[in-house]
Design a protein around this ligand. Sequence first.
Ligand code: ASP
Length: 707
Amino acid sequence: MRGLLLIIFIAAATLARADVGMWIPMFLNRNIDEMHKQGLRLSAEEIYSVNNASLKDAVVIFGGGCTGEVVSEEGLLLTNYHCGYDAIQKLSSVTHNYLANGYWAMSREEELPCDGLSVSFLESIEDVTERVLADISSADSDDKRAETIKKRCREIESAAMAEDKMISASVESFYAGNQYLLYRYKVYSDIRLVGAPPSSIGKFGGDTDNWVWPRHTGDFSIFRIYADKENNPAPRSSANVPYRPKKHLKISTKGIKEGDFTMVIGYPGSTKLYSPSVFIEQIQNAIYPRLIEMRGAKLDVMNRHQAKSEKVDIQYAYKNSLTSNAWKKWQGEIKGLKKTDAIAQLRQREMELCKRNEDAKGILKEYESIYDRDCVEWFIIDNYYRELIRQGGIELCQLARKFNFKSDSKEKFSESDMKDIEQFYRNFDKDLSQEMAIEVLKVYCRNTRKDFWPEKLAKGKTTIEKLIGQIYSKSLLADEAAVLKLISKKNISQVGKALRNDPAIRLQKELHRITLFRNVATYCPNIDNLEKVHDVDRRYLSALIAAYPDSLLPSDANFTMRVAYGHVAGYDADDAVSYEAFTTLDGIIEKNSTGNPDYEMPEKLKDLYKAKDYGQYADADGKIHTAFVATNHTTGGNSGSPVLNADGELIGLNFDRAWNGVMSDMYFNSSICRNITVDIRYLLFIVDKFAGAKYLVDEMLQEQKDN
Ligand code: ASP
């Protein structure tokens, strides 16, 4: 079977088209003919090579979950504004409000070190499948198999890091555990902020435009990587010097037009492209609708209270946007799945597979039992626990997790715990919180069986209103001053004892106990063990690989470097609704005139627009192009990824997807799935004309000048 893994190809049109997918750069020679047909003018080696400088050397993991790219000989780095946001926020204060006003270093000395931020360069990828899977017996239990594999992956990583002390290593699973690749990275941690526009440019459109096309967000920020004198990673030091990359991206200011080839290199986080149709059906019809209902209830309460008080509005602004982000995406996903008839398409794929592979029928039957209606209740309950507690549906129970411990430590709460708790209260409004707790518990009880309810409710001894009312009036956690006094005076053990019978902590514990996987499994014997689900996935993928030996099969995203390609294209979203492929500064002015606060814009940008002071950054049509859409297959994690033209030149930064096509994580359909990119010329225009930091544009366009 392992021989199969070396070349993983798939044929049927319904299963995979070569341009659909996020491809592993090491194996790009399999796609390259197709890429050339579509317009690419580079070789696979120019994109990924271990021996020579290639495009992969200019693309980094930025922070914990984004992508960035190096654009100058001196380590200048671009990423999205929303990726740099955390770092920019940490550097901001009331006197230096870089979020509101932006920040532009006018010299190297003014670049601001970012604590805790790092970027990782991919050094190499190596296929270690044989080493990971050697002698694994099919007779081994799912648990044992998983444990052995995990141990071997850690051993391979340790050996790689022992061999080269400069690198960090990780072994990642592909095709649901049918292939394992070792990734070696060099991690740089002296990263400095060079420039960021004000939020009114970097977040222009806010929640209103999130997941939306047409888009006008200047979603970029600029950093610089520093290294020691040998160009190696080093802790922050004034002796460090700008990093000299093996390769940096050349910028194209020529612009794009409909139909042009585009390519995205980056770090997509996670997709589920091979989920069986029964699961996608449950997501579309049961799981997402329940989650949308839950988040809708939260948003309803937040919106009402935020509209009444400015203080509450500020306190809940971030929570509200976090809540609405997935709420909006889930709705887009359902819409896209329905519009493209994805479930029927996936069923068709499964029928074709069954014709080719005898094992497939049995595996699909296993899936049917895993994702039957009862078992899906588990997925809902598991997600609901997260919504109620971790995502702060019942905020006092969310806070309770900090105090729900058994410890005889004589130490006091750590400074960072204290800070977290203070932060909790800073953004806590008791009335809003209590009402939200009631509403989310109502949704929970409406959608789960009684045996998953808190006991008193299930037995009819109380009502949701009374239960929550009692918690909010009796729990010490509802009283900020009392909590802060307790934790500043007492040690951890004493705090634990004092709060042992606190009603918020009791409810949190009870909900945790009753929603535990162990309990749910009694209703769903087919998934009594999660490893079993993973094993079915592995066998399903293995059957697919065996059934289609001659065609390309994209691997699900797993936050490793990938290359996606497609072309610039507008799309037909709905009946009689069509979108063009690019937006312009004119649209910013139009949106601004609606009065929606998400569309506030800096006066200076208005002046530049009025004066048509566009310099070299205008398109041939005389306008500043702000963003464009293309058919590249991307997902979360691809934010900040370089979007490149047929010559591998940077034409923009990927930052989002269009709402109608966000189901691309499960089912990609190039008729409506679009990635959204900020046009590099808008970025250069803002840096030069708006910020007056022309020296940065000169640095980025150095190569153009030299040629
Ligand atoms: N906005 C996403 C990100 O932050 C990109 C996407 O989901 O398309 O990575």
